[in-house]
Write a protein that binds this ligand. Structure first.
Ligand code: GDP
Length: 200
């Protein structure tokens, strides 16, 4: 209930950041969301916050370098990292973005946890592995959140989860617990809210 209140209360867009000197002061606990483009990240953030268009579906390579900060109450930031894995993003854009991402992940003392979103239909892909390795190197604890659970039959889910568990066992910064969600049906949303509310 406290978690629901937190998310239904004050959630506001603060700013989009394109360089390290644009980061807001690190004066509060922070969680970030990462995932391949189209994984369902905007839908998940909107479901968590109960707002329809807080996180815009920014499915264009041009907007990929922006790190979006939202305030969650007065004591937390929720950070939306740009989607990765665009098939046709220009190399220069990808390079610039990766540099910023590395700087952010390795230099943000108040970053409590990264949530890495993984499409339930696909499991962990090569591009996901890259970000998991970066999180290991940056010593940022991360947790996998499966998205679009409603798109995979119950009988097929365990096989995907097994693939994900196996992949996670190779990453020292990974939490073994996997959160399964459907933004469409609302499954797992309360669980994820409670996890975030518990990080101080
Ligand atoms: P983003 O690029 O990661 O921000 O992805 P979006 O949130 O824009 O979602 C990509 C597509 O997946 C959209 O067509 C969404 O409607 C769809 N989608 C996202 N989450 C779910 C879900 O939980 N269930 C279903 N069935 N579709 C979803």
């Amino acid at each position: 209930e406290a978690a629901r209140k937190l998310f239904m209360g004050e959630v506001d867009f603060l700013k989009g950041v394109v360089a390290m000197d644009g980061l807001p002061p690190d004066d509060r606990a922070e969680v970030c969301f990462a995932g391949r483009s189209n994984v369902g990240k905007s839908s998940l953030i909107n479901a968590l916050t109960g707002r329809k268009a807080l996180a815009r579906a920014s499915n264009t390579p041009g907007r990929t370098q922006e790190i979006n900060f939202f305030t969650l109450g007065e004591e937390r930031y929720l950070v939306d990292l740009p989607g990765y894995g665009f098939a046709n993003a220009p190399v220069a854009v990808v390079d610039k973005w990766q540099r910023l991402l590395k700087q952010y992940l390795s230099g943000r003392a108040t970053l409590r946890r990264a949530f890495v979103l993984v499409d339930f239909r696909h499991g962990i892909k090569k591009v996901d592995e890259e970000i998991l390795t970066l999180l290991d190197k940056s010593a940022v604890p991360f947790q996998v959140v499966m998205t679009k659970q409603d798109k995979v039959k119950a009988v097929d889910q365990e096989k995907v989860l097994e693939q994900v568990r196996t992949a996670l066992s190779r990453h020292p910064a990974a939490y073994p617990e996997i959160v399964t969600t459907s933004s469409e049906k609302g499954d797992g949303i309360a669980t994820l809210r409670a996890i975030i509310a518990g990080l101080t």
